[in-house]
Design a protein around this ligand. Structure first.
Ligand SMILES: [Fe+2]
Length: 245
């Protein structure tokens, strides 16, 4: 694997494959994005390389969000298995990376105080978040339920988020982090989602949509499988997340 280095040594991505800074109708982009050009700050070895060994500081192994203990009842909804590879700009595996994920339950409600106003029900068996480690091939895998769609609060346009999974990936050091969202193929709400469509380029949007796999390939037959590779940098990098809902 290539040694850690400053971001400007990697092939740049086309800006159209990443979210636009300002999105009409998505008013949070006005308040959560800088109005002026950023000031470039050179990254030193301290920021590039450390702190390292994040897996020692962040417990991993929470790969099944669909139940609170191995013998307990499962959460409601369609059980799914999501797996993929974490790759660098050359298609090489990013090993030992901490991947965190969180999403709404099958009814479209988050297990979070900020979602307390939601009329959708909680699910006592749903964990809501997980954290896994990539293996030597850069692979990750987790079991969960397919999240439900939910309306974005305080939006006059009645904007509904399509089912999606929030994913955070750490690189070699704590300052190397990509936060993105994974979408499900074929959902009609994908076409009108302001966050997915904040990425102007169709190729960029496609990098945020998982691929459904043959169900016979699943370890448990009642799970639907999804493959989703994440590229952390370079011209094929997965779009990062703008202020999320
Ligand atoms: Fe969300």
């Amino acid at each position: 694997m290539r040694a850690p280095g400053p971001p400007d040594q990697f092939s740049p991505y086309d800006a159209a494959t990443q979210p636009a800074a300002l999105v009409p109708d998505y008013k949070e982009t006005l308040t959560r994005n800088p109005a002026r050009a950023l000031i470039a700050r050179p990254a030193t070895l301290t920021e590039i390389t450390g702190p390292t060994h994040l897996a020692r500081k962040l417990p991993t192994g929470m790969r099944d969000l669909s139940r609170k203990n191995p013998d307990g009842p499962r959460a409601m909804g369609q059980h799914i298995l999501v797996r993929g590879r974490l790759l660098d700009e050359d298609g090489l595996p990013v090993r030992g990376s901490v991947i965190e994920l969180w999403h709404a339950n099958a009814a479209g409600r988050y297990l979070h105080p900020m979602d307390a106003q939601s009329p959708a029900p909680l699910d006592d068996n749903f964990l809501g978040s997980g954290r896994v480690l990539t293996d030597q091939e850069g692979r990750y895998e987790f079991v969960t339920v397919k999240p439900g769609a939910y309306p974005v609060p305080n939006h006059a346009e009645r904007w509904w988020r399509p089912p999606h999974i929030h994913i955070s990936v750490f690189g070699e050091g704590f300052m190397s982090r990509l936060v993105t969202q994974m979408f499900f193929p074929g959902d009609p709400l994908n076409e009108v989602d302001l966050i997915l469509n904040a990425v102007p380029d169709a190729k960029g949007r496609a990098r945020m949509v998982a691929r459904q796999t043959a169900m016979m390939d699943m370890p448990v037959l009642n799970m639907v499988g999804y493959e989703h590779d994440i590229v952390v940098r370079g011209e094929r990098s997965t779009p990062f997340e703008k202020p999320h809902a």
